[in-house]
Design a protein around this ligand. Structure first.
Ligand code: AHR
Length: 514
């Protein structure tokens, strides 16, 4: 008799301990937070490698099916993501871009050396008109990055006039002659890029003065005034945000910030995109917390200098950056894209949602064939990357209203000396009225069970999609069966409890019912 009683007591104790340690996700549906601006899901396309040429632009004469030069297959895949906005033409390239070289008959446009990216010929086939055609085809907004590095205030002001002037002027008439009668809609315009580095190696005070000077001359019709964006800091440095928000007032709506993630945590060597150990899995994913703390720091700086919250933060370059793919031109920034990148993206989204009161735009770097791309192409073939699928899962969060979501008893995921919370979650009320929840399980080897509560109640059921794979570096390669594709996911409440079961290294996005 003694033994079974002891065993029963032990199992009861275990059951109680397990109960006490329930991992819970509690969503407060009645405390709406800020709207998650759809532009948080913005993209970035630079004249870099095959990011634009080949990857998206093949020209109207190409045998690859295209609409006025833009690949039909790529545009169709991007439309599925509801791409809200595209930033162009760079990046570092923007500060060497002269807009007049990209208008008029394509055959007559000058060919230049793309000195920033790979030293290849840039034939200017994609210019202002082609870019606006792309955003029209995508149904997206345009974010144009102006050239401060090698341009002049006059060149920048004239580009804006060319794009936006309504009546009769030589530049407006030239735009008409080149095929666009009505002004283009420029939603956002940046004055320089990475002015602390490739955009001119400036000091923040010098750039702030330059910005004040140049922005004075950026004039457009009032009904077509873009939001003007100053180039801010990099990584965890918020000095630029401080200096700019203290000293600039005119034509100043937002500050951009950049932060890339390298497995080694440093610029060189960065680490491989695939074939990595678990230590490099966690080193990538755990670094997203630095973006969270940088945004908290930036928000504090802006709350001090801009208490009315007039200024927005645009995280207009982010994503993974690995050692270049062996055999590729190192200036083309070609890299593989694996399940790790999908989780990295989803963790970024959860952080951006948490800062949605100030963060109104972000742009993953980059859209096609470059860095953490959505799509990889080779000739007439394309493949959708794991990152593409992470973006696809999160589309219901575009313009959704964020809701507080707290994880109780979140386990710690640890590999060697690196640790991070195992689970990350976000919740929002979608524009369709449904409650959406997104959860990432960063643990590469252990699944997790998470009890979902909305307020004090258990929902009846959830339905959505799950993204995972067998290997940490699972990828989708051209000509091979894809290893990372979303599958349907659902769960029902049992005895008044709804448990989300998350496999190791997975993302789940669900709509909550009941
Ligand atoms: O996205 C690649 C490059 O990274 C961009 O051109 C530049 O702005 C950043 O340093």
């Amino acid at each position: 008799m003694k033994k079974p009683l002891l065993a029963l007591a032990a199992s009861l104790a275990w059951a109680c301990a397990a109960q006490a340690a329930d991992i819970k996700l509690v969503v407060n549906a009645d405390q709406p937070g800020p709207v998650i601006h759809r532009n948080i899901y913005g993209q970035f396309a630079e004249h870099l490698g095959t990011g634009i040429y080949e990857g998206m632009w093949v020209g109207p004469e190409s045998k690859i099916p295209n609409v006025r030069g833009w690949r039909k297959d790529v545009v169709a895949a991007l439309k599925e993501l509801k791409v809200p906005l595209v930033r162009w033409p760079g990046g570092c390239f923007a500060d060497e871009y002269h807009w007049r070289e990209g208008i008029g008959p394509r055959k007559q446009r000058p060919v230049k050396v793309n000195t920033t990216w790979g030293g290849v010929a840039e034939n200017n086939a994609v210019g202002t008109h082609e870019f606006f055609d792309l955003v029209d085809q995508l149904g997206a907004e345009a974010y144009v990055n102006g050239n401060m590095g090698t341009g002049s205030p006059q060149e920048m002001a004239e580009w804006l006039e060319y794009m936006t002037a309504e009546g009769h002027s030589t530049l407006a008439d030239l735009r008409r002659k080149n095929g666009h009668d009505k002004p283009f809609k420029v939603s956002y315009f940046a004055v320089g890029n990475e002015t602390w580095g490739c955009g001119g190696n400036m000091r923040p005070e010098y750039y702030a003065d330059m910005y004040r000077h140049w922005a004075t001359f950026l004039k457009t019709p009032e009904n077509n005034r873009p939001k003007f964006v100053a180039s801010g800091g990099n990584d965890q440095d918020t000095t630029w945000e401080d200096v700019l928000s203290k000293s600039v007032r005119f034509n100043f709506d937002a500050i951009s910030h950049h932060a890339y993630t390298f497995p080694s945590g440093q610029w060189e060597p960065k680490g491989p995109a695939a074939g990595f150990p678990e230590a490099e899995w966690i080193s990538m994913l755990s670094q997203v917390s630095k973006i969270d703390s940088t945004l908290t720091k930036t928000a504090a700086v802006l709350d001090r200098n801009d208490p009315k919250k007039r200024l927005e933060i645009y995280f207009d370059e982010w994503g993974s950056w690995y050692d270049p793919e062996p055999g590729s031109n190192p200036g083309f920034l070609v890299q593989r894209n694996t399940l790790r990148d999908a989780l990295l993206a989803a963790l970024h989204f959860n952080v951006f949602h948490a800062h949605a009161d100030r963060v109104k735009m972000t742009n993953v770097a980059q859209m096609v064939n470059v860095l953490q791309a959505m799509i990889l192409t080779s000739r007439d073939k394309l493949v959708l990357t794991p990152t593409y699928h992470a973006f696809a899962l999160y589309t219901p969060f575009q313009d959704a209203t964020s809701l507080p979501a707290t994880i109780e008893n979140n386990p710690v995921y640890k590999v060697g000396a690196t640790e991070m919370p195992e689970l990350s979650a976000t919740a929002a009320r979608g524009r369709d009225g449904k409650l959406y929840v997104g959860v990432v399980n960063s643990n590469a080897t252990q699944g997790a069970e998470l009890v979902l509560q909305v307020g004090a109640n258990a929902p009846k059921s959830v339905k959505g999609r799950l993204l995972t794979a067998t290997a940490m570096d699972a990828q989708n390669e051209l000509g091979k069966a894809p290893q990372v594709t979303p599958v349907a996911y659902e769960a029902q409440a049992v005895d008044g409890r709804l448990t989300l079961k998350l496999p190791a290294k997975s993302i789940v996005v669900v709509a909550v019912e009941g």
